[in-house]
Design a protein around this ligand. Structure first.
Ligand code: SF4
Length: 287
């Protein structure tokens, strides 16, 4: 059993004995879980070498090999290279936090000026079929579940639009059964009436489904990988399609292949150390 994950395990008193038994087995017996590197039926495999490149770069990254001189050199560059970012992430960069913050501010202002980007997240459903042990929405947790109907969705959007917000992010828990692609597409069509920019944060889908959602009006897609360490990922995502690390990894590429203008991804900071507060570090590329 992975001792450091113990802090996350919570048993609902509403679970029937058979479900509780399965939950415990998933938590305690890695051989009981599906292979997290193997695509499940229906998951599209695309031709891409990005995954391999990222894994290779992660494997080769030796953060202890960077020195203060590397960090100072990186700070002096007008445009930062991958090597510069590696130096910034190394322990040698710890005394340079203030300089790095100034550098980040300077680059941000050069590109975007004094812009603040605000969007409203709207959960249209919170059903989820995954067991991510750190998340309260997980399928074993006893919370009130809800799926908004189209009248309720439109009402929420009208209220949000009245505040002057022009961008919306539609979210669901990750359940194809309760929030299928057509349901999400219809919600997006309603959103198009009220908002200039529409994002979705849903379960990863195949290229043709991203294409359909883009045709409904979606501009960008966000998928959180949570951790790029596949071994750690395996101990945190015990059940459901989210367990499949490579399919999730390819999501942004599939979204762009489906015509999306933007793709966001994120890491959940703190997962490598149990009991720590989690922060999501969000990146977004809009093209
Ligand atoms: S898939 Fe998302 S909503 Fe569902 S349990 Fe995992 S983190 Fe929570």
């Amino acid at each position: 059993m992975n001792e450091e994950n113990q802090v996350y395990f919570i048993d609902s008193d509403q679970l029937p004995p058979s479900a509780l038994e399965r939950k415990h087995r998933l938590e305690q017996d890695p051989s009981f879980r599906a292979d997290h590197m193997k695509y499940m039926d229906g998951m599209q495999v695309i031709e891409s070498d990005i995954k391999d490149k990222v894994l290779k770069a992660m494997g080769e990254y030796d953060y202890n090999s960077y020195t203060a001189a590397d960090v100072e050199r990186a700070l002096s560059h007008e445009t930062c290279s991958i090597e510069d970012f590696k130096a910034f992430l190394s322990p040698a960069a710890a005394p340079y936090l203030e300089q790095m913050a100034r550098k980040a501010e300077e680059i941000t202002k050069n590109h975007f000026g004094n812009t603040v980007y605000i969007f409203t997240p709207l959960y249209i459903a919170n059903y989820c079929q995954n067991y991510c042990i750190y998340c309260g929405f997980n399928c074993y947790n006893n919370i009130r579940r809800k799926k908004l109907n189209f009248q309720e969705i439109e009402h929420e959007m009208q209220v949000i639009a009245k505040t002057g917000m022009e961008e919306i992010l539609l979210l669901t828990g990750e359940s194809r059964k309760y929030s299928d692609v057509e349901y999400i597409g219809e919600a997006v069509k309603i959103a198009r009436k009220y908002f200039k920019n529409i994002g979705i944060e849903i379960y990863p889908v195949n290229v043709d489904e991203y294409k359909y959602l883009h045709e409904c009006g979606v501009d960008y897609v966000t998928v959180f990988q949570e951790t790029y360490n596949a071994d750690k990922y395996e101990t945190l995502h015990l059940l459901g399609h989210k367990r499949v690390w490579p399919y999730r990894f390819d999501s942004q590429e599939r979204a762009l292949m489906g015509g999306m203008r933007g793709a966001g991804f994120s890491a959940l900071l703190g997962l490598m150390i149990s009991g720590r507060m989690h922060w999501r570090l969000r990146f977004m590329f809009i093209i």
